[in-house]
Design a protein around this ligand. Structure first.
Ligand SMILES: [Zn+2]
Ligand SMILES: [Zn+2]
Length: 345
């Protein structure tokens, strides 16, 4: 079969091979590799990657804290790029479109979760940069129905963090419940620096909690508009209505419960956390709630990407070249990045 004849469009000269940063086995460093440029399946598009954000989940995957990654794997799930080739059953995207590719890479549409509008919990989901290859590469393929069209304002490296820090942050934010005027955010990194802009837009005060003694992160939070910033074990000056925990530290849960009012919600926004220490029931008593957030739905993505330019959300990013992905991950791990780290191709 002539492969080219099945293609709907081809506008670019697409090379046969590409540079990628590859995880060979969990617990290792990424290896700079030359891979074949992937070919899109019938419902996929080939995307030339412009930028790919670094997310804490990438560290969890690389460190082996999440089970059963695809191996070898190209990590990365905050991808902004240009469609350069389309599979034969593509209906909406065309070559030249700027798209964003998020963590949710595919759902089955048929399992009980998909059928009740909880596709974020799909039993057969595929996740970008975890169970399918992601964006630490010059090219990637993605299922058309899971790509977002990126408006001109975000069709750039600064748009990349919206695709996970923004989307998962926003899903977490939608779960804080009604009647919130004071919101605590534990862990003031990429997600927090986006969600504080949504909260302020909706006249909610943000109280930022960082690692104890991390003055730089606290100053960053205040510069972003937090009304108060302190260490995780500090008691905030006012009782909070809800809290979101973005840091992967289980010991933050009892600290957050201690800081919220009756009926308040503590939302855990991460995919992995260290163990939660035991705590007295009185911290949970009076209808306080602890809940997690898993993945995202496409609706979350459309809602958030509609809202973002109206605020408008701006991201603070630090660029790294693709081949310095290991160095970027280490800087991120140490907390040496203000805002979001983004690989730029
Ligand atoms: Zn499903
Ligand atoms: Zn992520």
């Amino acid at each position: 079969m002539n492969y080219m004849s099945t293609e709907q469009t081809q506008t670019d000269i697409i090379p046969a091979v590409m540079q990628a940063m590859v995880l060979e086995k969990a617990g290792g460093r990424l290896a700079a590799s030359t891979l074949a440029v992937p070919k899109p399946g019938p419902t996929q598009v080939l995307v030339k990657v412009m930028a790919c954000g670094i997310c804490r989940t990438d560290l969890h995957v690389i460190d082996g804290e999440l089970p059963h990654p695809k191996l070898p794997l190209v990590p990365g799930h905050e991808i902004v790029g240009t469609v350069v080739r389309t599979g034969r059953n593509i209906t909406t995207l065309k070559a030249g479109d700027m798209v964003g590719i998020p963590w949710l890479g595919y759902t089955c549409g048929a399992c009980r979760y998909c059928l009740r509008q909880q596709e974020n919990l799909c039993e057969n989901a595929l996740f970008t940069g975890y169970t399918i290859d992601g964006g630490y590469a010059e090219y990637t393929v993605a299922y058309e129905q899971y790509c977002f069209q990126m408006g001109s304002q975000y069709a750039c490296p600064a748009g990349a963090p919206l695709l996970c820090a923004g989307l998962i942050g926003y899903r977490s934010y939608t779960m804080i419940g009604p009647h919130v005027t004071r919101l605590g955010i534990y862990g003031f990194g990429a997600a927090a620096h986006i969600i504080i802009q949504v909260a302020r837009h909706q006249h909610i005060e943000v109280y930022a909690f960082t690692r104890d003694g991390d003055r730089r992160a606290q100053e960053f939070a205040l510069a972003q508009g937090a009304v108060w910033a302190g260490g995780a074990s500090d008691v905030p000056p006012a009782l909070l209505d809800a809290a979101i925990i973005f840091a992967p530290a289980g010991e933050l849960i009892p600290l957050a419960l201690r800081s919220i009012d009756k009926g308040g919600v503590v939302v855990c926004g991460g995919i992995h956390m260290s163990n939660i220490p035991s705590f007295p029931y009185r911290l949970l008593w009076e209808e306080r709630i602890i809940r997690s957030v898993a993945n995202l739905s496409r609706k979350d993505g459309h809602d958030f990407l509609d809202l973002a330019p109206r605020i408008p959300i701006r991201t603070e990013i630090q660029h790294f070249p693709l081949l310095q992905a290991n160095e970027a991950l280490e800087a991120f791990r140490k907390g040496d990045v203000s805002g979001a780290a983004v690989l730029v191709m």
